[in-house]
Design a protein around this ligand. Structure first.
Ligand code: FPP
Ligand code: MG
Length: 303
């Protein structure tokens, strides 16, 4: 009886959180941290934590669909993770291999047209993982309703370094001149060159770092970052909805403070500069994302 009441209250709370959400992000990236600590706390091996974490990952796909989020990027194996002992690394590779294949064959992925793509230095991965990546990408290639990116052997610095080397090579052979290098040139050379700008990074497990994750797509887009305490296997739909709500508050706050700073700027202008200042404020009001404002070459207030 008590658990029935608790369940009903939880469902009601989920519905009220869902109702509160009006403008969710388009692209979320998740650092699924805290799996080993979750297992250790229960006196179980690290591998159990990763296995339970993968179940949360599967649920997350549903939660994203419920909110009509279009793209999800998961940090599943970083370049730093290669340093872990083989008895932890190998079961993790087995798990990732199995999950990629299960997802690719699942009814949900077919029904909701989920396209799976791996980003990272895939060549560094064992053959079984590379084959599963290849299978998942081929199996879902025609899907276009939801994009699931799995970061494997991924490191933001190594991604940027490889891009810089490739571009230097292109300059050396005369394919491009240094003056021609622009954002698109760099974008084209990234592992993640087909993924969209990230709006929100979520990190579970209590650490407040973004750990070499998507520096170009997230930092460049001034993505919001929400850190939360639950370990990844215990991250619930309520935790998820709360992070989205935090994201919405922050975005609204960011827009409001931009307009306020713009107004302060206008007050500081003399009569002759007033029309130009008004244009700046108007653009602050109408530009949706901070990244868009930067891309348009207009000055950012307060900078
Ligand atoms: C970080 O937790 C997480 C990982 C290294 C791997 C996460 C991968 C999964 C959950 C599998 C999902 C994969 C797919 C393709 C669905 P940790 O090991 O650093 O734990 P700790 O922070 O407690 O030490
Ligand atoms: Mg960790």
């Amino acid at each position: 009886m008590l658990s029935w009441i608790r369940g009903s209250l939880r469902d009601a709370y989920v519905r009220s959180l869902e109702r509160d959400i009006t403008d969710p992000p388009t692209h979320i990236a998740v650092i699924q941290d805290g799996n080993r600590r979750f297992a250790r706390r229960r006196g179980r091996p690290p591998t159990d934590g990763h296995r339970e974490g993968a179940e949360t990952t599967e649920q997350l796909l549903e939660w994203c669909r419920d909110l009509d989020i279009k793209e999800l990027t998961l940090y599943a194996f970083s370049t730093e993770n290669f340093d872990r002992p083989a008895e932890e690394r190998e079961p993790l590779f087995d798990l990732i291999t199995r999950k990629l294949r299960e997802l690719s064959d699942s009814d949900e992925v077919a029904e909701h047209e989920v396209a799976i793509r791996a980003i990272g230095d895939i060549h560094r991965l064992p053959t079984r993982v590379r084959q599963a990546v290849d299978y998942a990408e081929r199996q879902t290639a025609s899907h276009d309703q939801f994009q699931l990116n799995v970061a494997l052997a991924y490191g933001g610095r190594s991604e940027l370094l490889t891009a810089a080397q490739e571009i230097a090579h292109e300059v050396e052979v005369g394919a491009i001149s240094p003056e021609e290098i622009d954002e698109q040139t760099i974008d084209n050379q990234l592992y993640a060159n087909e993924i969209g700008d990230v709006d929100l990074i979520i990190r579970t497990g209590g650490d407040e770092r973004t750990s070499n994750f998507l520096p170009w797509h997230a930092n460049g887009n001034e993505a919001a970052v929400v850190f939360c305490a639950p370990y990844w296997p215990e991250f619930s739909k309520i935790d998820f909805l709360r992070t989205i709500r935090t994201y919405e508050y922050r975005e609204a706050e960011w827009r409001r403070s931009r307009v306020e700073r713009g107004l302060a700027l206008v007050r500081g202008f003399g009569d002759r500069e007033l029309p130009r200042a008004r244009n700046i404020v108007r653009s602050l009001r109408t530009t949706d994302s901070p990244g868009e404002l930067e891309r348009s070459g207009r000055p950012r207030s307060g900078e």
